[in-house]
Design a protein. Structure first.
Length: 238
């Protein structure tokens, strides 16, 4: 799962690779680019790790001990929980036929060793954008809530959310500063504008509307009320 810290998404990548030197190099570079990295050195371990950590993307070596990358990919696609998990096959083979075989068992993309880090990152980012794990440009994302600034649209878990203009600005501001508590006065200044005379209780009214709009029946309340302090966008409601 993507972890949002101060509004920055850090997608979790599972690296399935048995060459220790390559693992070290990839981990170093991916972490530098803001990814979180977990490892598995063979196919069986890969399946166990996937069930355990729910990665956002799997970088899957073709030639693996115990169970081949092809078989791992097949199993990922067979299980309902991982059917849509983005998979990039990493292969040392260049034969066209093998590539086709990789895509046939359900890999989303493939890259041939040796590859440049830039090429790999471009493919990873494209896939993660498609799966919604990282936001496209002009979008804010907090857990399952996406706010599209250009199109002025909001969605939660893929479901469109209809917000009034004030609720939209309120959510936009909170999404720009997730996990931070703002007082009613601070929210008035930021959302309504400084010097605008509005009752602090007006904030409560709009927070209530925002909650009604973004929280579906079985969804977690993402707006946290902090007694005597104000509100924050958070996943740990008290
Ligand atoms: Ca290998």
């Amino acid at each position: 799962m993507v972890e949002a810290v101060s509004g920055v998404s850090r997608p979790l990548v599972l690296l399935v690779e048995d060459e220790a030197a390559l693992v070290t190099m990839l981990r170093y570079n991916l972490e530098k680019q803001g990814f979180r990295v977990e490892e598995a050195a063979d196919g069986e371990e890969a399946m166990a790790r996937i069930a355990e950590i729910t990665p956002d993307l799997v970088l899957l070596d073709w030639m693996l001990p115990v169970m081949s990358g092809i078989e791992v990919c097949r199993q990922i696609r067979r299980r309902p929980a991982t059917r849509d998990l983005p998979v990039i096959m990493v292969t040392a083979r260049t034969e066209e036929q093998d590539t086709v075989r990789g895509l046939n068992v359900g890999a989303d993309d493939y890259i041939t060793k040796p590859f440049s880090m830039d090429a790999l990152l471009a493919r990873m980012r494209a896939l993660l954008r498609r799966s919604g794990a990282v936001p496209a440009k002009g979008q804010l994302r907090f857990h399952d809530i996406t706010l599209d600034l250009a199109q002025h649209r909001t969605s939660r878990n893929g479901r469109p959310v209809h917000l009034g203009p004030t609720e939209f600005r309120l959510l936009e501001f909170l999404m720009q500063h997730p996990c931070r508590v703002f007082s009613r006065e601070e929210l008035l200044d930021a959302v309504w504008g400084p010097g605008i005379h509005v009752e602090p209780r007006t904030v409560d009214v709009h927070i209530r509307r925002l909650r009604r709009a973004i929280n579906g029946p079985r969804e977690r309340d993402m707006v946290r009320t902090v007694r005597a302090a104000g509100y924050s966008l958070d996943t740990d409601p008290v």
